[in-house]
Design a protein around this ligand. Structure first.
Ligand SMILES: [Zn+2]
Ligand SMILES: [Zn+2]
Length: 223
């Protein structure tokens, strides 16, 4: 399973050594290009793998906010090379209703990002552990609820607290969400260049006294 598929994800997947041909579900938060652009390359690669390299892979289910199915069907209807995938690809528009993938429970929750754009955060629960992922989000009560008592919250930290922006969380708000939700551990991610010039970890730490980590490519965490 994968949550979002931004630029560099395909190459990073290769570097992790996981078998990318076994991924069965991709869950998108929203369709700003930084959250899905490498899915195009990934699907193309999977088609090549199955068509010309004798590879086989399980069906792929692609899920996201309302409009997901229309977006991909339109896009892949126009781009060359995506017709007749040699394995089933299913697109599914989600509502804020929990569902299961095997033994894993997924709770999609609509969060506030850009007005008029539907963005989902996801809570993933497996064997008594919970991971909450904000997608892109402003500070909002659905986000705090999504993160409630999660073992780990992975939050959009686009901006430093001293240079806030209305459509994304800033570092101080990440700490605030983590504290209000009572999460076990906070991972800050999705840094705009301005966020790299400030100590966002310290800023989040002013509100939250649990463990805080700055995400980086290939970071591996066991829950
Ligand atoms: Zn966005
Ligand atoms: Zn983004």
């Amino acid at each position: 399973m994968l949550l979002d598929f931004g630029p560099r994800t395909l190459m990073n997947l290769v570097k992790t050594g996981v078998n990318r041909h076994r991924i069965t579900h991709i869950l998108f938060s929203h369709y700003h290009a930084d959250h899905f652009s490498d899915f195009i390359t990934y699907l193309f690669d999977e088609i090549i793998f199955a068509k010309f390299e004798g590879g086989s892979r399980p069906p792929l289910t692609v899920m996201g906010p309302p409009g997901t199915s229309r977006l991909f069907r339109t896009m892949f209807g126009l781009l060359p090379g995506f017709d007749q995938t040699p394995f089933p690809v299913r697109y599914r528009d989600l509502s804020d209703r929990a569902f299961r993938i095997g033994a894993t429970k997924i709770i999609p929750t609509t969060v506030l990002h850009v007005p008029g754009l539907h963005c989902l955060g996801y809570r993933v629960e497996y064997q008594g552990r919970a991971l909450a992922y904000s997608g892109d989000s402003q500070y909002c009560s659905p986000l705090v609820r999504l993160c409630g008592d999660a073992d780990l919250a992975l939050l959009d930290c686009s901006f430093p607290a001293s240079r806030p922006n209305p459509v994304h969380l800033h570092a101080g708000q990440c700490g605030q969400v983590a504290r209000e939700a009572g999460v076990g551990r906070l991972i800050l991610s999705h840094f705009y260049p301005i966020a790299e010039r400030y100590d966002v970890k310290a800023q989040a730490g002013e509100a939250f006294d649990g463990q805080i980590t700055k995400a980086k490519d290939l970071l591996r965490i066991e829950l």
